[in-house]
Design a binder for this molecule. Structure first.
Ligand SMILES: NC(=O)c1ccc[n+]([C@@H]2O[C@H](COP(=O)([O-])OP(=O)(O)OC[C@H]3O[C@@H](n4cnc5c(N)ncnc54)[C@H](OP(=O)(O)O)[C@@H]3O)[C@@H](O)[C@H]2O)c1
Length: 237
């Protein structure tokens, strides 16, 4: 029997880590369903990867818009029949005053950050995990951050920190609930990477940051689930 070509959906993939994760997954022979909230930017990123010879498809998806997630799901089923890998990469960091204390933080900023960084990924998982369950295979990678690591928690970036800690909790919950279904759910920190979010001073390239996502996306059947990784190694929550 011919090997199945795995289909990987990446959110927020028009630039930064999402684009680089898409490139590396495609280079490994997966077919990538690149998604982005802005169709023009997503199509341009898709064209870039195709020019490099990769198998990449595009569909728009805004993780804060349930209708758009459902439309993307319908498209994925119609066109590819399955989604094997889900990279929950879309993310925002809205804090302008990076060191701003929690006691004077804008609650509206915290709420808006949660809409994308937590609720958005929850809804994506609610819509796509049943499809993975049907096929008995799934690899879910949640792009978290050291800023959400409880054991290293300090001040500043309040909404972003809380959202990534909550995303880690979602990883644990989903890993628990999908045990025995062939679905592995893990969180990762890419390290501080040179993207629009990380800025030019960051210590790593997007290419380095993306590697752990690819590792977790291609875990074998006995791979870990409900764990947290950096540089392909398990780290403390
Ligand atoms: N860079 C770092 O140092 C670093 C460190 C730790 C964790 N991370 C995490 O890694 C992930 C990727 O970060 P990055 O550095 O590549 O950031 P980035 O360059 O700012 O890219 C973020 C991506 O998310 C997309 N996005 C934002 N809101 C969205 C929504 N509602 N629906 C769909 N897509 C949305 C953006 O789309 P637009 O272009 O339309 O805005 C963009 O494509 C994030 O979750 C981030 O928190 C990054």
């Amino acid at each position: 029997m011919a090997a199945v070509t795995r289909i990987a959906l990446v959110s927020g993939a028009n630039k930064g880590l999402g684009l680089e994760i898409s490139r590396q997954l495609a280079a490994k022979g997966l077919t990538v369903l690149l998604t982005a909230r802005d169709a023009k930017k997503g199509e341009a990123a898709t064209a870039e990867l195709r020019r490099e010879g990769h198998s990449v498809d595009f569909y728009p998806m805004d993780v804060t818009d349930t209708g758009s997630i459902k439309r993307c799901y319908d498209y994925a089923v119609r066109k590819h029949r399955r989604v094997d890998v889900l990279i929950n990469n879309a993310g925002i960091m809205l804090e302008e005053d990076k060191a701003g204390p929690a006691l004077s933080a804008s609650v509206e900023t915290v709420r808006r950050t949660f809409e994308t960084n937590v609720i958005g990924h929850l809804v994506v998982c609610q819509i796509f995990i049943p499809l993975m369950e049907m096929h008995g295979y799934g690899r879910i990678v949640n792009l978290s951050s050291g800023l959400g690591t409880l054991s290293e928690m300090e001040g500043g970036f309040l909404g972003y920190r809380l959202s990534k800690t909550a995303l880690n909790a979602l990883t644990r919950v989903l890993a628990h609930e999908t045990k025995g279904m062939g679905i592995l759910v893990n969180s990762m920190c890419p390290g501080w990477c040179r993207t629009d979010m990380g800025g030019p001073e960051a210590t790593r390239s997007a290419e380095e940051g993306a590697r752990t996502a690819v590792y977790l996306a291609t875990l074998g059947p006995k791979g870990p689930t409900g764990k947290y990784f950096r540089d392909k190694k398990q780290i403390d929550w």
